[in-house]
Design a binder for this molecule. Sequence first.
Ligand code: SF4
Length: 371
Amino acid sequence: MSAGLAEYDLNMRPLLDLSLEALAAELATWGEPAYRARQIAEWVFRHGATDFEAMTPLPPALRARLAETFTIAPLPVIANRAADDGATTKALLDLGPTPDGRTGDAVETVRMDYDPDDDGEADRTTVCVSTQVGCAMGCRFCATGQQGFTRNLSPSEIIAQVLHFSRERRVTNLVFMGMGEPLANYASTVAAIRWLTRPEGLDLRQRGITVSTVGLVHGIDRLSREGLQIGLTISLHAPDDELRRQLIPTSAGTTIDELVEAARLYIERCGRRVTFAYALLDRVNDEPEQARALARRIRGIQAHVNLIPYNPTAGPDLRRPSRERVRAFLHELQAAGINATVRIERGVEIAAACGQLRTDVQRASMMAVDL
Ligand code: SF4
């Protein structure tokens, strides 16, 4: 169950809100040698330490001072659910009280194991992380979008979602596709990616990470200049600006042409292919003519289209298209020379699929089946 207020000490700073460099600088003011920050990071990321006491090679006085100053405690688990015969797991994590004393914020994170050769050992483990509590983008087809925005997550709260699973098994891939718009919480998202990819951190391959955005052009531009080789998914969901505005009301100031140009620049600067996500909604954006219009808009850039048949969530007026309609849309794109696939769904039964992440602590704790 959720940790009570008494279990948190708000004077304690989450260690992973500091970069490695900032931690080293702070430890230097304590008179500690430069290698200490790396040593501590190794204990957190490689050994999965959740308190400083476990870091036995460190002098006891330093461990005590670290414990008085910082926290590396994991986020308490409110609930776990499993689906797909255990290959998909969702955890609801308690974020604890905010500095102004508000409680009840929680965040969902999902682990997906892939075992293509079916030998019982996952070849790839992807964690889907959230970057905000709620989301301000208001996409009509998204449960998170319907609950509105509460707050941004800090770097340590994003990293904690990955560490939650990496303590159990090796995480190979990350997708920033959970609750929230990562590029609207830019600084925390990039700070978390830096820890998770650096050798002193979790040492994940940059190419194994994908950031998914609803299309914040300035954020895409900024990300393309970070010197990171991470993948980018841009949600289009419509072949024309008017329909896109209806589905993503907050996209009003951005045109599809601007997004295609931002994608082109991203590909040029990062050397990575961009994926356009397109949620297929029955009789809204799934007509063959709309597929042809989409193909015309994105032709000529090295992009891939990921079709996502809508998962029944927030909108009662929105439906999932039939298989035939999905196939016909895919066929039109491919016939126009566009590289396109239909996303394989995971975790629908535990509401872990894209657009279904939702933080409703009360409801979750009533329905939760702890593993
Ligand atoms: S689809 Fe993504 S960007 Fe849109 S409301 Fe949901 S969480 Fe926010």
